[in-house]
Design a binder for this molecule. Structure first.
Ligand code: C5P
Length: 220
């Protein structure tokens, strides 16, 4: 790893960490790593290649060879797997759940570690995920843990889906989000938790611009 500054934003799904991380990466002119997208693409690739989620050795091999590219554009993050754009496919709840299942496998996490660290390049990196401040970049200068209640996160997801013309069931979303939180928090390797030196922000009652200002002020 080089000495470029790193800002890690960890937290559960729907906490707004991706939005804030992208806004700050643009503002600082730093690189951006959406680590969750790597797990999502891996889960998508296993389905694409007909690998069952129980076939650990094959999933690890796939993690080692994953041909993946990210491009941060004005409209959001463009994700390419083996040259195919998968940006939308990997954002479904189903893809998120499958991602959290492959993410439980310790050898998968080891296989993806260096790939994530390679994103740390001058002039700096903003990254979001679950274990960025605890495991992947333990020496990061700025660490934030962004959270919100499961109900609020489900409501945000419900609104997002509605804007895309997709109907969803709020209580079903709360259940899915809570199950994923549980799996992510209770796994043995790199569980979802705040680093000891992280700024903890609860965004349940806060708008995105307030969270953005707070994180920006923390980094400057
Ligand atoms: O952040 P996002 O919801 O896209 O992440 C999808 C899943 O990938 C998470 O539920 C989690 O299980 C896994 N993940 C992880 N470690 C990270 C980022 C994501 O285990 N650093």
């Amino acid at each position: 790893m080089n000495n470029s500054p790193v800002l890690t934003i960890d937290g559960p799904s729907g906490s707004g960490k991706g939005t804030i991380a992208q806004m700050l990466a643009r503002e600082f002119g730093w690189h951006y790593l959406d680590s969750g997208a790597i797990y999502r693409v891996l889960a998508y690739a296993t389905l694409k290649h007909n690998i069952d989620l129980s076939e650990e050795a094959n999933i690890v091999k796939m993690a080692e060879q994953l041909e993946l590219r990210f491009q941060l554009e004005d409209t959001g993050l463009k994700v390419l797997l083996e040259g195919e754009e998968v940006s939308e496919h990997i954002r479904s709840e189903k893809a998120g759940n499958a991602a959290s299942k492959v993410a439980v496998i310790p050898a998968v996490r080891t296989a993806l570690l260096q790939r994530q660290r390679d994103f740390c390049q001058p002039p700096g990196l903003v990254t979001d995920g679950r274990d960025m401040g605890t495991v992947v970049f333990p020496d990061a200068q700025f660490k934030v843990f962004l959270t919100a209640s499961a109900e609020e996160r489900a409501l945000r997801r419900h609104k997002q889906l509605k804007e895309k013309g997709i109907e969803s069931n709020l209580s079903g979303l709360i259940k899915e989000i809570s199950e994923r939180d549980k799996r992510d928090s209770e796994r043995e390797v790199a569980p979802l938790k705040a680093a000891k030196d992280a700024l903890i922000l609860d965004s349940t009652q806060l708008g995105i611009s307030t969270v953005y200002e707070k994180v920006r002020a923390f980094c400057t």
